[in-house]
Write a protein that binds this ligand. Structure first.
Ligand code: ADP
Ligand code: MG
Length: 839
């Protein structure tokens, strides 16, 4: 079907739809017939495949070989047990990875998108996935195109199709082909977005049948590994390599000592299995995913895993004022009207908000003055009918004003409202007591005086103006229409700050995070609100967009860290602010909601978009979406980010100290010509109980009490201090275990008992080491308590339950042994304290 070649009427007829859209019933029928409007996701590995993949590990294969070897030399029991361990190990690995994957999937479900459709003549919002061919969709600035659509109505519609064509210049769209070479000009394609203007279109293709759906590879792109995931993976790899080398060395030494070959081989493989931190990546993913779920509960939806990692080290939060620090619930508090009647008409007519049952729909600024006009007896609806709108020159954050042209008794009038200093520049006249007088310096001064008074009181002020348009003027030349205006008044409105914002800013100060307000509003209004909520103290530095324009890169960088408020900013300047801050080594979080904010959101380490007022484009460029548009939510998220990072450090510290401990103990025994204190099954046991639950539960520790009282830290997951701790802990474990082992052997105790004691003291070292790695806020993490208790109980069973004794080659040990074990293993708590003292 060549939709491009048909005219609008034929398109509607062919698709059996109309300007009222499909009926709701018809839409449902079509949904059943055509399916969901979704780009089919890449096939996920099935759980069985995921399980089987656990066996595709060289160490696991070596272990299986060891079991087979054990079977052939007559150690059937060992063979069976090793196989059982292999299966248990893979189960644990599988469960960890499966949980991590599920948790990530759940998060994907949180990010849904909506489209505006007309069905049965009604405008409604539905999930994009429910669109079906024939649906009528409404698109406006910042919207993603939700399917492939044939346009049937456009007004100044500009679309960015760079994701499809690579061409970054937006293309303008119309409803009937003007240029035969360019049939695309009447179409809008899925995955492109509206840069400006608005339009309506009929859905012609959905899901995989869309142009983007047909380019299969583009949608199969996966989120790459984050730096942290890569770091953990490479840490795991280097440790793994060391473990393999050490195991090989142990094997060779033991071989030359003449130890039984199969047992030595099994020991070496077990050691390798134990010393490779194979669980780290899965635990990392799980920790991140669970953290993201907690964040989502407090309205911060993370779109990119990476953000969780960077949030914790955030040093500057740049935030919008309106709606984020304030409630975006505006009301007119103060006015100065030189011609009330005309001023109120402008308020009512040069306005895009609507009132529905007393509630404002649309832009809150417009809403406030609309309500004001209505209260003063100027009903917007009646005026709209009487003075129909002919044209609009839209508001944007660069122009900072909007105009409409309305027909009033056969004459056309231009009504303009906007930022006072800009409107005043375009005013030639002032209307006073019904008379038009040329605006003189005195009038200017009077107006500026009033403006200052209002803005200092934190009011957002708009100036109102108009002029008559003569019939011979060309309405197409929009830029030149707003001139020679007649000034009729100022309206000041209040947008109260959010209560939580003040507290959150206080938290940031203590946490060493600086808060920067960026707004398009007037300098004094911005400063007054900033002062009220604690962003600046009296005399704090405020920079305006035009002032920033004049600064060179280096001049700006010199002062960027002092400026806490940017007023009258142009959206493009946000990128400059981010860059300058980043050049000063800051980790910057930046908020935004419009199309123009997208570059800054991408540039910032943590781009934050608004869930309520944000456009699709802003959301897609961001790393995190604030479901409630609230500044305080960012600060919560930073706290969560710090907690997650702490927890990652905890389990890394814990797991690596276990690995180092095991390696040092066994290697030293081998080198000191002692019989190796643990048999292979014991080593595998240590691996299972230590790599699994205790490490995992360290990933969900509660935050430290002082977590928002310390400065942001940019150290990595294995800070120097932890490295030192790991080495010392490993040494203490090795010396303690071997010391006790040698002592036991020297007093003539049976070898099996000496080994049991050594095995147990090593396990107890690990249990106490959990306390070294956990947070200092008490024991509210019940997973950790359960993990520790279960590990301890299992250890008791392994020593005391007869049939387990056979399997593990252990024997019951005496209270005196226990006393020794407890004293020695708790030394690791002491050593931690000492390390802490000296670092
Ligand atoms: P912010 O969201 O940071 O407060 P905006 O970019 O929304 O700033 O607004 C910047 C300026 O544009 C305002 O201070 C005001 O002067 C002007 N402005 C905002 N909304 C409107 C509107 N609806 N009509 C006319 N002018 C407006
Ligand atoms: Mg705004």
């Amino acid at each position: 079907m060549k939709w491009e070649k048909m005219n609008v009427k034929d398109v509607l007829n062919t698709l059996k739809t109309s300007f009222d859209g499909l009926s709701i019933d018809e839409a449902r029928l079509r949904q059943e017939k055509y399916g969901k409007n979704e780009l089919v996701e890449e096939e996920k590995d099935s759980p069985i495949k995921l399980f089987l993949m656990q066996f595709m590990d060289i160490l696991i294969i070596l272990l299986i070989l060891a079991a087979i070897a054990a079977y052939f030399v007559g150690d059937e029991l060992d063979a069976v047990v090793i196989l059982a361990v292999v299966i248990l190990n893979t189960c644990i690995g599988f469960i960890q990875e499966y949980r991590a994957e599920k948790a990530m999937e759940k998060l994907k479900g949180l990010i849904s998108s909506e489209a505006v459709v007309i069905r049965d003549g009604q405008t409604m919002e539905i999930p994009t996935s429910e669109l079906t061919p024939g649906d009528l969709v409404v698109i406006e600035e910042g919207d993603n195109i939700p399917a492939d659509i044939r346009l049937i109505e456009t007004s100044e519609l500009l679309i960015d199709e760079s994701s499809l064509t690579g061409e970054s210049v937006p293309v303008s769209k119309i409803t009937e082909i003007e240029n035969k070479e360019n049939e695309r000009e009447v179409m809008a394609y899925m995955d492109s977005y509206v840069v400006s203007g608005r339009g309506k279109g009929v859905v012609i293709e959905i899901g995989m049948n869309t142009s983007i759906g047909k380019i299969a590879e583009m949608i199969q792109e996966e989120e790459g590994k984050t730096p942290l995931q890569e770091k953990i993976a490479s840490l795991g790899k280097s440790l793994g390599l060391i473990a393999l080398l050490v195991s090989a060395a142990v094997f060779i030494i033991e071989f030359f000592k003449g130890s039984p070959l199969v047992e030595t081989f099994t020991t070496a493989v077990s050691l390798a299995v134990a010393a490779v931190p194979e669980g780290l990546p899965a635990i990392l993913t799980l920790t991140l995913a669970l953290g993201m779920q907690r964040m989502a509960k407090t309205n911060a939806v993370v779109r990119k895993l990476l953000a969780v990692e960077t949030l914790g080290s955030c040093t500057v939060i740049c935030t919008d004022k309106t709606g984020t620090l304030t409630l975006n619930r505006m009301s007119v508090r103060d006015t100065w009207l030189t011609s009330p009647e005309n001023a109120l008409k402008i308020c009512a007519l040069c306005n895009n908000a609507r009132l529905s049952e007393g509630k404002v729909i649309g832009d809150p600024t417009d809403g406030a003055i609309l309500l004001y006009a209505e209260e003063e007896g100027y009903s917007p609806e009646e005026l709209e009918k009487k003075y129909p709108r002919i044209m609009e020159i839209p508001l944007d954050s660069t122009r900072k004003r909007m105009s409409t042209i309305n027909q009033m008794d056969d004459e056309n009038y231009l009504l303009t409202k906007g930022a006072p200093e800009i409107i005043l520049k375009h005013c030639k006249w002032i209307e006073k007591d019904g008379d038009l007088v040329e605006m003189g310096p005195q009038d200017q001064e009077e107006i500026m005086g009033l403006l200052n008074k209002m803005t200092r009181n934190a009011l957002r002020v708009l100036a109102l103006s108009y002029r008559k348009i003569s019939p011979d003027e060309n309405l197409e030349e929009k830029d030149s229409l707003e001139r020679d205006l007649i000034f009729v008044g100022l309206v000041g409105m209040m947008d109260p700050p959010r209560q939580e914002a003040t507290d959150a800013i206080e938290v940031c100060k203590k946490a060493g995070i600086s808060v920067v307000m960026i707004t398009g509003d007037h300098r004094d209004t911005a400063a007054a609100i900033a002062r009220e909520i604690g962003v600046i103290e009296d005399g704090g530095r405020v920079l305006t967009g035009p002032e920033l324009e004049k600064l060179s890169e280096s001049e700006f960088e010199d002062i960027v860290e002092e400026v806490k408020v940017y007023a009258r900013v142009f959206p493009e300047q946000k990128v400059r602010i981010v860059e300058a801050l980043q050049n000063k080594d800051n980790v910057v979080s930046m908020t935004g909601d419009g199309v123009n904010d997208a570059p800054a959101l991408k540039k910032a380490a943590i781009g934050v978009s608004m869930g309520i007022t944000g456009t699709d484009v802003a959301k897609e460029s961001s790393d995190m979406v604030l479901q409630d548009d609230n500044f305080a939510t960012i600060v919560h998220a930073v706290k969560e980010g710090r907690t997650i990072f702490d927890n990652i450090r905890r389990f890394v510290k814990f797991q690596i100290s276990t690995n180092v401990g095991a390696i040092l103990t066994i290697v030293s025994a081998s080198v000191l010509n002692l019989p190796i204190p643990f048999n292979p099954i014991q080593i595998l046991w240590i691996n299972i109980i230590m790599d699994g639950p205790p490490a995992q539960s360290l990933g969900v520790e509660p935050p430290e009490k002082n977590i928002m009282l310390r400065k942001p830290d940019k150290e990595n997951i294995l800070p120097r201090k932890n490295l030192l701790h790991i080495i010392i802990a490993g040494l203490v474990m090795a010396v303690g275990t071997l010391g006790l082992y040698i002592y036991q052997l020297s007093i003539g105790i049976s070898e099996i008992q000496a080994r049991t004691v050594a095995f147990t003291v090593f396990v107890m070292f690990q249990i106490f080491n959990v306390f070294n790695c956990k947070s200092k806020t008490g024991f509210s993490n019940r997973f950790l308590i359960i993990a520790i208790s279960v590990s301890f109980l299992l250890q008791l069973m392994v020593i005391y339950v007869p049939f387990l004794q056979d399997i593990f080659r252990t024997t019951a040990i005496s209270p005196v042994d226990w006393a020794l074990i407890m004293v020695i293993s708790s030394l690791i708590l002491v050593s931690e304290k000492i390390v802490e003292k000296f670092t």
